[in-house]
Every structure is written in C-alpha cells, then in structure tokens.
Design a protein around this ligand. Sequence first.
Ligand code: SF4
Length: 340
Amino acid sequence: MSVVKEFGFELRVCAWAERNWPPGATAVGAPIVARQLGTKRRRWDTIVVETAESGLEERAPFGGARLGSELLFLARHAPASWAYYRECLPDPGYPWRYVREAIHEADDRGFLETRRDGNRIEIRRRYRYPAWVDRIVAIENKPDLDAAAARRLGEQLEHDVALGLADEVWLATETTAEGVEPALLEAMPVEVGILVVSPESGSRSCEPVWRPRTLAAAEPGTRILDRPGDGRSAARFEYADPTWKRRKRLEIAERAYERGWRSYAGTMRPDCRHFELTDPTGPFPRCAAKGRPQTAAECSGSCSLFEPEPPAWRDGGWPIAGGPGRAAKRLLDRKRDRRR
Ligand code: SF4
C-alpha cells in the first residue's frame, strides 16, 4: 500500500506545485511541473521548471517534443545567416555524422533551414533558442518519514546539495495529527527546504516549514561517489563542471516541457473499463475494480483485473470520438498543452 500512497502523494504534490509555486510567495511565472526526471545517476520525484510566459512563447516554435542533446546543440549554436555547418558550429565533442543527422531532424522539425553548396550542407536558424529556464527545483516526496527513511534520505539529499544541479532542493512529507517529528527533519541538510502536506487534502494544502538555500547551480559541483560510514576509509568525490551542469539542466527542462506530470496516462491503461479519473484539480487516476487509486506499475496489461472497454463504449461518438479511455488521454494531453 505504501507504493500506492507514494504514487498518489507524488501526483498531488505535482498538482499543488502547478498551482501554487513558489510556496508562500506570489507566482512569478508559469511553472512547468514534471515527474521522475533527472540524470543517469539520480532521478527526482518532482521537478519544477520556473519560467515566464514570455519564455514559453519563445520556446513554442521549437515544438512540443523535447530537444535532446544533439538538437539542443544545434538550437543553441546555429547561425542567423547561411554557413557551412562545420565552420559555424563549435566542436560538438562527438562525431560530426551525429551532427549531420541532427541537422536533418532539426530541418524536419522546422527550426533550422538547410541548403547544399556542392557537397557542403549549409544551415541557418529560423528561431533563436531562448533562455526560457529561470530556475530548476527538485522535490523529493516521502509521505511516510520514519527514522531510517529520514537518515537515508538525508544522505541522498546531501549528494544533491553538493552537486548543485538544481537551484533548490525540497523534501515534501506528510504531516500527522502531532505534526512532523522534529528529530526526523533534523536529519535533513539545512540547505534543503521542507514542505508539509496535509493528508487527504487533495492538491490544496502544502506548507513550507523550512526554506531552502539557493544552490550554486552555475558553479562547479561535487559528485559524492562514495562516503563510507566506517570512519576509516576516505570518501571519494568527483568534480562536476559547470558546462556539464548547464547542459544537463537544459536537457531536464526540455524533458519536463515535453512530458509534464500527467504523462502517467501513457504508461497506464485508460482503455481498461475500470480506469477512472477523479478530482478536477488533478485529475488523478483511480481503479474502480480495486476501489482505490492504483499505481502506474500495477495498471498495465498484466493486471489480473484488466478488462478492455466494451466496444459499444467506443461507438456512437462517445463522448466525441473513441471511448472513455481515449477521452481520458485527450483530457490529460489538453491539460499538459495548456501549461505550455
Ligand atoms: S483493473 Fe487493473 S488495468 Fe484496469 S484500471 Fe484497475 S489497475 Fe488499471
């Protein structure tokens, strides 16, 4: 049940962040909220990309799909006037043939123009890639924080603080009638903010009880590779250079832009007759057969209770075209597009 709770908790924190970010302050822009994003080594439960409406407008011509690392390289460096690609782009750090492939993809996506001069491919940008990301905030969700979980999480969050890939790191946890045990919160690094979520409050109530420090995202960071607790062996660290951090931050923001947090419908089974969406502030998924919210992992074709929507539901233009499953997907896609 705890996995079920964590998934539901995560969706509620996302819904709350979308409406109320930054906590306790007047909204300054249009946050993009996404789930389960990060790097190869670290994935955060919730990511908030702080941006402004003007930044989103300037990002829009590049399309709803994310720009991966090769497309980002072109978007950021393509010239305003025609030039041979190998003479106008900086050394990509990987073979030029990947750049050539990306040039054709960027041309198809419509943000780059190409022409041939003999054997040479010349390029020219159609739009300037904007500086649309103001700040990136990482939130770790832990509704049930006992002493052991707090200790483990505290160590993990120390790694996040040392790396400084996000501008802020937060922990979101659930309050009880007695409030949050102060000893548990003391296990957290002081740089990490703490959001307390009231149970059963839908997406309405998250309260910051500790403000985070702004991390030096533009400065070099430290990757903690190993920190033995035996007091005898030395910890191992690695340097994370600012160029890598800048690139990773943009890649994370691009993925957040593409996916938002409602992309759960893509991996769940809204075409199952028991799949429901509840609470317009989300909406959040619920399984009628199980009588409770289900996780993305259990809501799959291998679920023993899975039953496809009856074909009759898809006839007669229900409610416009397709069955309830398609309608649920459309609703979630529309909500995500509205954020962009
Ligand atoms: S029965 Fe299984 S597949 Fe269908 S909605 Fe419930 S969890 Fe998802």
